[in-house]
Each structure stands twice: as C-alpha cells, then as structure tokens.
Design a protein around this ligand. Structure first.
Ligand code: GLN
Length: 201
C-alpha cells in the first residue's frame, strides 16, 4: 500500500518517517499523477492557508477534493485537520478547505498565550499509555455532526471540552502533531483501522 504525504508545505518528512515505521510505503506527493496513484493521503501540519493556495496554484485542489469525496483514506494533522473541515472559523477571506468531515473547526483556537503546549490524551481506539499530544498554533473542533466520532478531547480554561481528534468514515483528523513525538500509534491507527479497511488499491 502506497500512502502519500502532501508535500506542498509543512512537516512532510516527519509524517513519512512515522508511516514508514508502521511498515507502509510512504512517499511525498505533489503532482496530480502522484495523487491519483496513491491508496491513502496524509495532509501535514503547517499553514492551512498556504497549503490550500498552493494546491490551487498547482492545480491539485480538485483532484484531492474528489479523491477524498470518493473514499480515499485521508489523515490531516493540525493544518491538515483544518483542510478536512466542512466549515472553518477564523479563516482568512476566501480560505478554502477540501472538506469531508462534517465539523466546524476554529483556527488558532488556543490563542496567543498558549499557542504551543504538550499534554497527554486518552485516544479512543488506542490502548494506554495516553498519547503525548503536541499542539502548535492548533485548531480545535467547535462542533461535529452525528456521523463524526470524537476520539480525543481537551478541556479549555473554562472547563469546556473540545474534540481534538475525530473520525468520519475514511477521514481522520487531529489538532495535534503525533509525527513529532516518535510515538507512531496514531499513524498505526490510521493505517490499520482506516487504510487497510477502506483503501481500494
Ligand atoms: N495555525 C495553522 C493554520 O491555521 C496550523 C498550525 C499547524 O499546523 N501547526 O493552518
């Protein structure tokens, strides 16, 4: 199984390493042909506005959006989560997402004061110990539709819970960056529970 990491901007190398550690063939993708030839896709962390603009300029936006809609297993971390959201709050004017997950995501939700931090999270479907989660100018999920399964949540300073890992059918998204910790259990969850079950080639 060939899993592509969208290589327009962001921490591509780290995702390739995490996927390779899970025993799959992982490669950087940035052409239409490459995107058509992969079984599954990872959209890395970085800057969602830049990734979507570059996807438009390189004429990749529609092929990615169509493949996602047609069931290609896709995992987005951080900026990648934003790009998989049907609706984005605090987006810049005209910011586009590929969409696919019926959720509203707020960009930079943790605010300037705590724009980067780490914590341990319970992750549904991953057995203990908890997953070390690195948040960097991260989004959180404001609301989800009934078809979206919440896999992990974080409590904000007002005691309100916000989803930070979600799954809808072929799509997985996390607000945080498991590719930066050397713990590949989230990637393994994607490979075993989504790619191996749902990839069509
Ligand atoms: N704040 C970034 C954005 O809006 C995401 C940050 C990240 O991917 N680490 O795209």
């Amino acid at each position: 199984m060939k899993i592509g990491v969208l290589a327009l901007q962001g921490d591509v190398r780290e995702h390739i390493q995490s996927l390779s550690d899970c025993g799959v063939d992982a490669l950087a993708v940035k052409t239409k042909q490459e995107i058509e030839s992969i079984s599954a896709l990872v959209i890395p962390g970085g800057e969602s506005t830049t990734i979507s603009k570059l996807a438009r300029s390189f004429d990749l936006f529609d092929v990615i959006k169509d493949r996602i809609r047609n069931g290609m297993p896709t995992y987005g971390s951080c900026a990648g989560m934003i790009l998989l959201a049907n609706k984005v709050e605090d987006a810049i004017d005209g910011q586009e997402s590929f969409g696919g997950i019926n959720m509203v995501v707020r960009r930079n939700a943790f605010g300037r004061q705590v724009d980067s931090f780490e914590t341990d999270l319970k992750f549904k479907g991953i057995t203990e110990p908890k997953v070390r989660a690195v948040f960097i100018r991260a989004p959180w999920v404001e609301s989800v539709g009934s078809e979206v399964e919440v896999l992990a949540e974080i409590t904000d300073s007002f005691g309100v819970n916000h989803p930070v890992a979600v799954r809808q059918a072929n799509l997985l998204a996390t607000s945080f960056h498991p590719e930066l910790t050397g713990d590949n259990r989230v990637h393994r969850f994607f490979v075993e529970n989504i790619c191996r079950q749902l990839a069509t080639f």
